[in-house]
Design a protein around this ligand. Sequence first.
Ligand SMILES: [Zn+2]
Length: 352
Amino acid sequence: MKRVLLTLSGALLLLSAAPQKTMYQVMSSHPHDVKEMSPYIQTISHQGRLWLVNLKGKTPAHVMKHLRATNGQDVKHYLAQEAKAFASSSQITDFINRIDINSIKHDVEMLSNFKTRLAGTADNQKATAQVQEILTRLGFSVQQICYTSGACSVIADKAGDGPSNDVIMLMGHLDSVGKNFAGADDNASGTAVLLEVARVLKDYNNKKTIRFFATNGEEGGLYGAEHYASVLTNSGDIKKMVLAINMDMVGYNSNGIVELETDSQYEDLAKWFASLATTYTGLKSKITIGAWGSDHVPFIHAGVPTLLTIEDWSTKTPCYHMECDKPSTVNYKYAGEIAKLNLAAIMTKDAE
Ligand SMILES: [Zn+2]
């Protein structure tokens, strides 16, 4: 943690001594984008998901769209070593113990058995229908919401028992970049964990509405999430959302670290998750302030307290967006820990 902060403050000092030069956060890890950007950027620091750069000069628009100007105060990356455990709840522990990693494995394989899950393809539609069917069988109120013809996300609501209008949402994208029989970590893992948390919560008496949102078109540009966030904003229902959790790439890991990512106004939410991780899982937490690159972003922009849970980015899958992103590479025990963390967060928030 210290090293990161020193790197950052070192960079800030350097900036204040030199003529002010705007600092930018890089908001893509796609090898193609990184290659396009590289002639125009100079790295200040690169820690996990937080990559800060200066621009060398005039930069074309297609590169600028992956860069966000930052004052250095609204971005941070640190290991949450100070995370204190809460007093655990026996009810939450009881439900956490029902998480079945074999069932997560089964669903990662099921989703990876579609030749492609690229949004809008026939196989993507079959995968969407499959996710819808599983959630329907659990007894939830399920619908598809399409951001364009033939490309739809799935929304499943488990209504609360009480008078509360509050909604807690768990999401993960079901589409892939379209490589053959791939996308196991990105993001069959997040979708499979979503389905497993849904299975376990089927028998839980929630007070608030719990919503499962399997998004589509994430890889093309967060289309499903952007669309739904704007639908909720226009109807006013966005105000009911008290917590949203995104899971994107939660299946490749060897060091037990989960990255918790949001923007600076929700840093306390990330710290709260770090404490839950200490209480209910074997995970260590890294916090990234400076959200980018997945479905949590539109909900943060819409004013919903939203967090991304993602595998440690500095040791992420070597098969990112490649055909070798297969179920055999997935660490199911790790995915199960992510399931426990997010289940604990949902139940704790529900009990408030
Ligand atoms: Zn993804």
